[in-house]
Design a protein around this ligand. Structure first.
Ligand code: CP
Length: 302
């Protein structure tokens, strides 16, 4: 495998290998000296055309822990603002002897397009509403860590499924790992093709929470909404907002996940996000080990 473009393109065995490699790196990250020389001869460019906190910093830390040389590119403040194309931008970065590109882009398919035109390894750090493969890997890895395994577990993905690359990558990853997957949200925020993906669909959030072992709660992506959607934020919170009172009223304790950034008080209240049943910061911690594993395996051409 030369690239990680999406979860759709990789096999269950690939995912297991990434998890086993991440287990080893997680152990390294718990040592006093967190650095290994694995990517000492590799130069990586983090090319971000969209904002990011977790993914960008997590890739950067993963690369530093692996001893890679890195450069960071943000579209804002670059010559993209003068009209330079994606391909020209990346080819100019590669001319400086860069081996690997980690890219986030607002357009679905941008990394797939790039993979047809450049020789360097590409890792998709999120492409529009399409895929966010390393997020899905760290999410599934966190479920495995918390519950022992992913197979057979019931995972509800709740929120703005229509605009979410996290939802699609999670669906592919969880199905490949033999979990049962449900999506839940207002019908206006569910894609028309959703049933074709083989997931359960539930419009009622209480029923989704009663069904699942794990709720992966997503934010409303206002920045991707071209038109005024129903529901408004206030209506969304009223009908789909998850708080501790709702969680405590269930007949079991479920695991709460969120990829971040959280819209506190919209999809998740602070008392739910900060409760001991939430593993949101464990997801962030696991992101570094997962990204180390992905970069290491791609550089090793395993
Ligand atoms: N989960 C995630 O992709 O967060 P960022 O947008 O901050 O990278």
């Amino acid at each position: 495998v030369r690239h990680l473009l999406g979860i759709k393109e990789i096999t269950p065995a690939d995912i297991q290998l990434i998890f086993e490699t991440a287990d080893n790196f997680k152990e390294v990250l718990n040592r006093p000296i967190k650095k290994v020389p694995s990517l000492r001869d590799i130069t990586i460019a983090n090319v971000f055309f969209e904002n990011s906190t977790r993914t960008r910093l997590s890739f950067e830390l993963a690369q530093k822990r692996l001893s890679a040389d890195i450069v960071n590119f943000s579209a804002s403040g670059s010559s993209v603002k003068k009209g330079e194309t994606l391909l020209d931008t990346v080819n100019n970065i590669l001319a400086m002897k860069v081996d690997m590109i980690v890219m986030r882009h607002a357009s679905a398919g941008a990394p797939h397009f790039l993979s047809k035109h450049i020789k360097a390894n590409i890792v998709n750090a999120g492409d529009g509403t399409h895929e966010h493969p390393t997020q899905a890997l760290l999410d599934a890895f966190s479920i495995r860590e918390k519950l022992g395994e992913v197979a057979g577990k019931k995972i509800a993905i709740i929120g703005d499924i229509l605009h979410s690359r996290v939802a699609l990558s999670n669906i592919f990853a969880l199905q490949k790992l033999k979990a049962e997957v449900m999506v839940c949200g207002p019908v206006t925020l569910l894609p028309r093709y959703i049933s074709a993906l083989g997931v359960k669909v539930e419009l009622n959030v209480r029923k989704a929470l009663e069904w699942c072992d794990v709720a992966n709660v997503l934010r409303i992506q206002l920045e991707r909404q071209q038109m005024k959607y129903f529901p408004s934020l206030r209506e969304y919170t009223l009908y789909y907002g998850i708080d501790k009172k709702l969680l405590d009223s269930l007949n079991k304790e479920i695991v709460i996940m969120h990829p971040g950034p959280i819209n506190r008080g919209v999809e998740l209240s602070s008392d739910a996000a900060d409760s001991q049943q939430a593993i949101i910061l464990n997801q962030v911690e696991n992101g570094v080990a997962i990204r180390m594993a992905v970069l290491y395996l791609l550089a090793s051409r395993v």
